[in-house]
Each structure stands twice: as structure tokens, then as C-alpha cells.
Unconditional design. Structure first.
Length: 212
């Protein structure tokens, strides 16, 4: 009989790299242990910066079968949830808004799966349910105001909504290369006046001496 357990990891580096590789869907270069380890080890997503890693790890008979990136956050910057109005209302009601839990990619507005479940798990629905229950338990046990799951996939949204989480909607603008070839080719899709303004802005940036 399989035994499912959930533990909290205090950093992406604590989770074997092969587990991230096995559970991450192809085409999501930021949703992996390497990216999260880099931002955590180089001071971007660390407690001193308002990001405390609390990643949830689900194991079945000692084998990792599920992951949920999770951070305890002391502010609303870098997660693209834009919840300042929620914070204002919550505090007017006399409650403390921070810290709060967030599942997402630090400073990276890329949508994708957040509940990472191994295809080989004996009961994928049970693993998903266990991860959600664990996150909700952290909120309840510590009296945190909320748990946000940022830019989740449609499948994750359905699973989270089924467990009673509210779904918010936003608009994200994305740029696609339509075969422009180079920047001048891209500018050709602009009206003449806008092309002139863009070139003037780039010229001022170049003349400022700024180097990236």
C-alpha cells in the first residue's frame, strides 16, 4: 500500500534536480529547480528580500511525486498579483495582511503549471489534493491572510477552485515575433510618428552612457 507524505523544503536546492526535471512540463524554462535555486541563492528570493521559500514536496514510498513552489512573502512586489487594494480593505477591517503565501515564479510573469505531479504517481488526484490541503493548512495554522497562486494553468485553476479558492482574472499582453527579422523590421509595423518617437527614445538611451 502506497504512503503519501508532504514535507516543507526551505529552498529549491534542497530538492533533487532530477525530481524537478521529471515533474516539470516541457517548455517551462523558469519552472525548475535551477531557476529557483539561482534566485534563492543570489539574494533575489530570500527572507531578507521578503521571499521565504516553503516549497511543498509530496513523496510516495520515498519517491518524490509532487511539488508546489511556495513562498511566504512580506510584501506584494515581484509576484504580479497586484493585490494592494485587497491589502487596504483587509487592513481597514483590522487584520494583518502580511505575511502571505504565494505560489509562483519570483519576478517572472510567466504562466504555467504550479501543481507539479509525476505522471507515474499512483493517484495523481490524491497528490494534487494533498499539496493543496498542505498549503491551506499552513495558512490556517499560522493565521496568514491568504494564499495566492499566480498565473496558474487552466488545469490547476480548476483543481484550486474545486477546493474553494477564489479565481481572479487579469489581462496579460504578450509580444510575438511576426517575422520582423530585426528591430528596424519591427519598427515598420508602426505608424511613422511612433517610429520617430521610438528611435528618439533609443537615441537618448544610447547617449546617456547607460550600459546593460
Amino acid at each position: 500500500m502506497s504512503k503519501l507524505t508532504i514535507r516543507i523544503s526551505d529552498g529549491a536546492a534542497d530538492i533533487p534536480r532530477e525530481a524537478w526535471t521529471a515533474l516539470c512540463a516541457p517548455g517551462h524554462p523558469f519552472l525548475n529547480g535551477d531557476f529557483l535555486r539561482i534566485v534563492e541563492e543570489h539574494g533575489v528570493a530570500v527572507p531578507d528580500a521578503g521571499w521565504q521559500p516553503l516549497h511543498l514536496v509530496a513523496s510516495e514510498n520515498g519517491t518524490i511525486v509532487g511539488l508546489l513552489p511556495l513562498y511566504l512573502k512580506g510584501h506584494s512586489h515581484g509576484d504580479f498579483i497586484y493585490d494592494w487594494s485587497w491589502k487596504a480593505v483587509w487592513e481597514r477591517l483590522g487584520h494583518r495582511y502580511y505575511p502571505r503565501l504565494v505560489s509562483g515564479l519570483p519576478y517572472t510573469p510567466v504562466a504555467g503549471p504550479r501543481l507539479l505531479i509525476a505522471p507515474a504517481a499512483s493517484d495523481r488526484a490524491a497528490v494534487c489534493d494533498a499539496l493543496i490541503t498542505a498549503a491551506q493548512g499552513i495558512v490556517a495554522d499560522n493565521g496568514f491572510s491568504t494564499w495566492h497562486v499566480a498565473l496558474a494553468s487552466s488545469a490547476d485553476i480548476d483543481a484550486l477552485a474545486a477546493r474553494g479558492l477564489l479565481v481572479s482574472h487579469d489581462v496579460q499582453y504578450q509580444w510575438f515575433d511576426q517575422g520582423f527579422g530585426d528591430f528596424d523590421g519591427f519598427l515598420q509595423c508602426f505608424a511613422a510618428e511612433k517610429r520617430r518617437k521610438v528611435r528618439a527614445e533609443r537615441r537618448r538611451a544610447a547617449e546617456s552612457g547607460l550600459r546593460c
